[in-house]
Write a protein that binds this ligand. Structure first.
Ligand code: SAM
Ligand code: SF4
Length: 341
């Protein structure tokens, strides 16, 4: 007869912190990493750079970015965006792009840039494996450009955008931050400018990081309709797709047009994004605070598994959404330049 007693079960192996999926506290699956490669910039846009923001020298090197991306890719990240500051201000940007594009698991490598250095860099970036560029341009007037971007070189930006349009990227977008009384009247012209170059324009509601008054997306849609455009809303991409982002798109005869509406249509519900700031701190939310000092951990000799544990712990605290619209919240945030938008 068999002896009665407590059933013997082997202890379960500890879960591998590097194994996908990478989920946040709300159960949202993270597939998209935004990496700020510098907090320095050759422009000083009024909405981005507070006067006191001096910037420091770049902290992480190309090998450290590659290491961070490879840990995230093992955890399920499929799309990476390099931003800043101005990512093309880094002299080693081609090396960074080449290394990240070659990380197994990375399917899309994008860069957000002010376009001022693209005349010479568009082709080499494409050859390095960059698949998508987001180009920032808020106006077609040299005078308004000077008011917004201060030290920026307008002609170099226009030449850079034309170089990007001819370089064969999979996707090009034009980011326009809309400010009342500054550039809001230019929306139809900016749509025409972008579509003429095969670029998708996207109009962004100004977030409270600097100066200026935002214009709600609904008002821009009404104005475009009033100027004779027929707009049909596209179905939203599933949040599970690594290519899905915060923009909503409409179709017009001449092409697509996107709107990013952090203030009037909170985009946090479908969030699939994790951010690493230019100092190497993981930020689980644009409106949140530093949570995992990845750079310090790397320099301290952390293993990939230890980095993955720190990432999971930080994402365990990821809030449901930013709180830009709450009184006083904008003032306490890290400047946009350090997080990269
Ligand atoms: N220097 C690059 C550029 O300008 O494209 C990349 C960094 S920039 C911080 C990334 C994006 O954030 C840009 O498209 C910029 O227009 C946008 N941005 C900056 N400050 C913003 C704000 N206060 N509200 C909304 N978008 C902002
Ligand atoms: Fe520089 Fe881009 Fe910020 Fe303008 S928006 S100051 S170009 S980082």
């Amino acid at each position: 007869m068999k002896a009665e007693g407590p059933a013997m079960t082997a202890p379960l192996p500890a879960p591998d912190p590097l194994a996908p999926p990478l989920c946040d506290a709300q159960g949202r699956r993270m597939t998209y990493l935004r990496l700020s490669v510098t907090d320095r910039c050759n422009f000083r846009c009024t909405y981005c750079s507070p006067a006191s923001w001096g910037g420091k020298k770049d902290l992480l090197d190309a090998g450290e970015f590659e290491r961070i991306v490879s840990v995230f890719a093992r955890m399920g990240i499929r799309r990476v965006r390099l931003t800043g500051g101005e990512p093309l201000a880094r002299p080693d940007i081609l090396d960074i792009a080449k290394r990240i594009a070659a990380v197994p698991g990375v399917e899309h490598l994008a860069i957000t840039t002010n376009a001022s250095r693209l005349e010479s860099l568009a082709g080499p970036l494409r050859d390095a494996g960059v698949t998508q560029l987001n180009l920032s341009l808020d106006t077609l007037s040299a005078e308004v450009f000077r008011r917004i971007s201060k030290q920026g070189d307008f002609e170099a930006v226009l030449r850079g955008i034309d170089a990007a349009a001819g370089a064969g990227f999979q996707s090009l977008k034009l980011n326009v931050v809309v400010m009342r009384g500054i550039n809001d009247a230019e929306v139809p012209e900016l749509v025409t400018y972008a579509h003429a170059r095969g670029i998708t324009p996207r109009f962004i509601e100004l977030m409270p990081f600097g100066q200026g008054t935002p214009v709600p997306t609904a008002e821009l849609l009404e104005r475009l309709a009033a100027s004779g455009s027929v707009l049909t809303e596209e179905p939203q991409e599933s949040a599970a797709s690594p290519t899905s982002g915060p923009a909503r798109y409409w179709r017009m005869d001449s092409g697509r047009v996107g709107f990013i509406s952090p203030l009037t249509q909170n985009f946090c519900g479908g969030c699939n994004r994790v951010r690493v700031a230019s100092n190497g701190d993981l930020r689980s939310c644009l409106g949140g605070r530093a949570q995992a000092p990845l750079h310090q951990l790397i320099r301290g000799g952390a293993t990939d598994a230890e980095l993955a544990v720190a990432v999971r712990r930080a994402l365990g605290e990821k809030p449901e959404g930013h709180r830009f619209t709450e009184a006083g919240n904008g003032a306490t945030l890290l400047p946009m330049m350090g997080i990269g938008g």
